[in-house]
Design a binder for this molecule. Structure first.
Ligand SMILES: NC(=O)c1ccc[n+]([C@@H]2O[C@H](COP(=O)([O-])OP(=O)(O)OC[C@H]3O[C@@H](n4cnc5c(N)ncnc54)[C@H](O)[C@@H]3O)[C@@H](O)[C@H]2O)c1
Length: 436
């Protein structure tokens, strides 16, 4: 059977490379649509867990992997020769920054080479990892064509950015529009057909570069607007004006304004990182990315601001940060998930420790701080109780998980530094609450 018929009849076998926050939900989406799916990862522990029916990403729920196994049509492996078995291959590997903030495309390059080793006629490959415009054509395509097969004739290649938003229950992930841009019209058409089997709203665009750039625009737009409200927070706080009330007031305008909130700094694998992929690529055409650099500067300064506000608040109570016991609430980079990548909470802890504070943290979703790109704190979450709260000189709210009882925290903490306006609804005395 030819690829178009395999896709239309959902008999195509879908391979997903990189079984993380993006790859695992994608596996689930294609499986739910009736496809046979096979997951590939270099991390054997993840593959073993999946084959035992366990999910390692809590926000996706406990049962879906077991259900996929039970239904059949699901396999996972570290044997990349088996890529040959897949008719469609989606690449969802990491795209981090290197030590000098340069794009690290080594994961995409390695995966492209692995796909190339078993590339055969009638396969379609879709890159989902976020990267700068040109990556699919300049990095993936030449590796795939190195063996002599030609894109658009023998195999097909497209870029389809992921819009995964872990922990966000407001949107059904399968209803969020999915962009698809191919290397050539045949690739766009086939990739669109493939994704339409699993997603409700697939939007083809004219090229892989348009799809790559659109993904970056979305993330740069967020980074810049978060920087704007972060800067406003610094200014308005000095003027004794509540930035949260200002944002609430402005957001009553039904057009021309979109709400963004300030916070302790950017976190996650996307917003702090992806804009700098464009910064790097823009040098090729001799353009500085001033908005991106300025937003980065402002957002990166936020953890230091939180620490400064904490030191000042302690100072007003005749305490120095050095020697004070500080409890950080939340180290995940956003509510109700266990992802700490680039989390400002980790950076705040590190800065507090450097200044001599005795720091502990609580996070119901993160029992231990993992080893990260730039940090290795090796801390464990302390239980949160009335007694724990009373023991600390200061509590800093970094992540507003739903699991937290804000009234209990307000009633028992001696001093609260609130970076998320989590204390907005609590009743009683507010003398011990500081916005940061
Ligand atoms: N996390 C998000 O919410 C999100 C949203 C949109 C886009 N993205 C983008 O999607 C891509 C993947 O992000 P993620 O959050 O899923 O990352 P992740 O770290 O959660 O998952 C990546 C997976 O790839 C595996 N891997 C690493 N090298 C590999 C290789 N050579 N071959 C096979 N597997 C390999 C890792 O073991 C890991 O399981 C990135 O480009 C990211 O920017 C992420």
């Amino acid at each position: 059977m030819e690829l178009p018929e395999l896709i239309a009849s959902r008999r195509a076998r879908v391979g997903v490379v990189g079984l993380g926050y993006v790859g695992l939900p994608l596996i689930s989406a294609f499986h739910r649509a009736g496809f046979s799916v096979i997951g590939f990862d270099v991390d054997g522990t993840k593959v073993d867990k999946l084959l035992r029916g366990q999910s390692y990403l809590r926000h996706l729920g406990e049962t879906f992997v077991a259900q996929m196994l039970e239904a059949g049509r699901f396999d996972a492996t570290i044997e990349f020769e088996r890529l040959e078995e897949a008719d469609a291959i989606c690449i969802c590997v990491p795209t981090p920054l290197g030590v000098h903030n340069e794009p690290d495309l080594s994961y995409i390059a390695q995966t492209s080479e692995a796909v190339a080793r078993s590339l055969r006629s009638g396969q379609i490959i879709a890159l989902e990892s976020t990267s700068y415009p040109g990556t699919t054509r300049e990095v993936v395509l030449p590796r795939l064509e190195a063996g002599g097969l030609r894109c658009g004739h023998d195999f097909f290649l497209a870029f389809s950015p992921e819009r995964e938003d872990p922990g966000n229950r407001a949107h059904d992930p399968l209803s969020v529009s999915k962009l698809v841009g191919g290397i050539d019209p045949a690739s766009t058409a086939l990739a669109t057909d493939l994704y339409r089997q699993a997603y409700k709203n697939v939007v083809p665009v004219s090229s892989a570069e348009v799809a790559e750039s659109a993904k970056l625009l979305e993330n740069i737009y967020r980074a810049v607007n978060i920087a704007l409200v972060n800067e406003l927070k610094l200014i308005l706080t000095e003027m004794d004006i509540d930035v949260w009330e200002v944002i609430r007031a402005a957001s009553t305008k039904p057009f021309g304004f979109q709400t963004f909130y300030p916070g302790p700094g950017l976190g996650g694998h996307c917003i702090p990182i992806d804009p700098f992929y464009l910064t790097w690529k823009a040098r090729e055409v001799g353009h500085p990315t001033r908005f991106i650099e300025l937003a980065g500067e402002i957002n990166r300064a936020m953890p230091e601001y939180v620490v400064r506000r904490t030191a000042l608040a302690l100072n007003e109570r005749n305490k120095s940060l050095r020697g004070s016991a500080v409890l950080v609430l939340g180290v995940a980079y956003k509510p109700n998930i266990d992802d700490v990548r680039e989390s400002p909470g980790i950076e705040v802890i590190e800065r507090l420790l450097r200044l001599g504070a005795k720091v502990a943290y609580n996070d119901p979703h993160v029992p231990r701080t993992p080893k990260m790109r730039r940090h290795d704190l090796g801390l464990s979450s302390v239980p949160l109780s009335l007694e724990t709260l009373q023991r600390y000189d200061c509590v800093i709210i970094i992540t507003h998980h739903d699991a937290y009882n804000w009234q209990m925290i307000a009633d028992n903490a001696r001093l609260i530094v609130d970076t998320r306006n989590a204390m907005a609804g609590v009743k009683g005395d507010r003398e011990h609450i500081v916005q940061a």
